[in-house]
Ligand binder design. Structure first.
Ligand code: GDD
Ligand code: MG
Length: 350
């Protein structure tokens, strides 16, 4: 069985972080995001190959994953000539497939039991099975209404507040039958959410939902990106192969001054240097080779590798791309997102 990972979006809501790093490989505790999805797919022994459907900066991703052998799963790449939308991308990537295929949005993180969903798809002889998850505010997602027997009654992408009729949304994970792909127009941008799914409902075809109530997040906005780090540190998402899960982690390769105060849970990666008098407050994530100078404060912020925080500067609940420099006494706070190589001059307030 194959899985198609839709990883071709531009990641506009995560800009400027995604200018040099496509969204599927933004680091989460020093590991590219796709690693976490590959970990989940590997839990289903039946899945023997992942097709990465790419469009934006495909080279970066190909270089990182190669043929997948280092990750224990065969990986193939399909690069669209131009963005084909979520359905166009599935058709383009699934051209040669003949058996049920798992399709995954490249920005969702979850612990769903995929094997159980595949079983349900087969038992119900469905043409499509979709995973739903309850959220407080469905407006940023695809709202999905179901019948008591689990069939999908209505799919409404990005509903306005007055259109909300339930709390279950599309979790961005499906099992599909490739023979249905020939109804997706070729070489045209086409949406799985706005066109393909509604057409299954209109035709009364077997389109089934599995409601999942465990951990689920779409990491596609700065708030959610901060949130997923908190959730891992709190143990709400037990990421396999991530030492930070549930308690935080300090690399044995980091250099910590005995006069630094480091609160738990935080994450300090290899080669980081934490100088005297600094305060690393809870939920801070300090990337590889970052330097935190004397008496600086990092509080609930995420620093990608090679950042330097100057003496007595403070960085609170912000996200800093690679190689950022915050000057002495500068203050950066309140959801600020700095792109790679940003420089905040001494004494500035951002
Ligand atoms: N290959 C390819 N080509 N991939 C694409 C394209 C494209 O043209 N457009 C989007 N993608 C990929 C993105 O990279 C992302 O992984 C996934 O498809 C979904 O796109 P997003 O832009 O993240 O959509 P969204 O978050 O607004 O909404 C989608 O996800 C929600 C769950 O997180 C929809 O599927 C909603 O219905 C759903 O609730
Ligand atoms: Mg998304």
């Amino acid at each position: 069985m194959k899985a198609i990972l839709l990883a071709g979006g531009k990641g506009t809501r995560l800009r400027p972080l995604t200018i040099h790093t496509p969204k599927p490989i933004v680091p989460i505790f020093g590991r590219p995001f796709l690693d976490y999805q590959i970990d989940l797919l590997k839990q289903v022994p039946e899945i023997d190959e992942v097709i990465l459907s790419l469009n934006y900066q495909p080279r970066r991703i190909e270089e990182l994953y190669g043929d997948g052998s280092e990750h224990g799963l065969k990986i193939r790449y399909v690069v669209e000539p131009s963005p084909l939308g979520t359905a166009g991308a599935v058709r383009y990537a699934g051209e040669s497939l003949h058996e049920s295929v798992v399709v995954f949005n490249g920005d969702v993180l979850t612990q769903v039991d995929l094997a159980a969903v595949i079983r349900l798809h087969r038992e119900r002889r469905a043409l499509a099975t979709i995973i739903l998850t309850p959220v407080e505010n469905p407006t940023a997602y695809g709202l999905v209404e179901t019948e008591p027997d689990g069939r999908v009654r209505r799919f409404l992408e990005k509903p306005s507040p007055d259109e909300i009729t339930c709390d279950t949304i599309n979790a961005g994970i499906y099992v599909l039958e490739p023979h249905t792909f020939d109804r997706i127009p070729k070489d045209t941008a086409w949406s799985i959410e706005r066109s393909f799914f509604p057409s299954l409902i209109e035709r009364g075809e077997p389109f089934v939902a599995h409601v999942y109530r465990g951990y689920w997040i779409d990491i596609g906005t700065p708030d959610k990106y901060l949130q997923v780090h908190r959730d891992v540190l709190d143990g709400r998402f037990l990421a396999p192969n991530t030492p930070a899960a549930g308690r935080g982690w300090i690399s044995p390769d980091a250099r910590l001054d005995p006069d630094a105060r480091i609160d738990s849970p935080s994450f300090i990666d290899d080669g980081a240097v934490i100088k005297s008098g600094t305060h690393i407050a809870p939920y801070s994530v300090i990337g590889r080779h970052c330097h935190i100078e004397e008496r600086a404060v990092v509080d609930g912020a995420i620093l990608w590798p090679n950042c330097r925080i100057g003496p007595e500067a403070s960085v609170t609940r912000a996200i800093l791309g690679r190689h950022c420099h915050v000057g002495r006494h500068a203050t950066v706070r309140g959801g600020v997102v700095l792109g790679d190589k940003s420089a905040v001059t001494d004494y500035s307030r951002v």
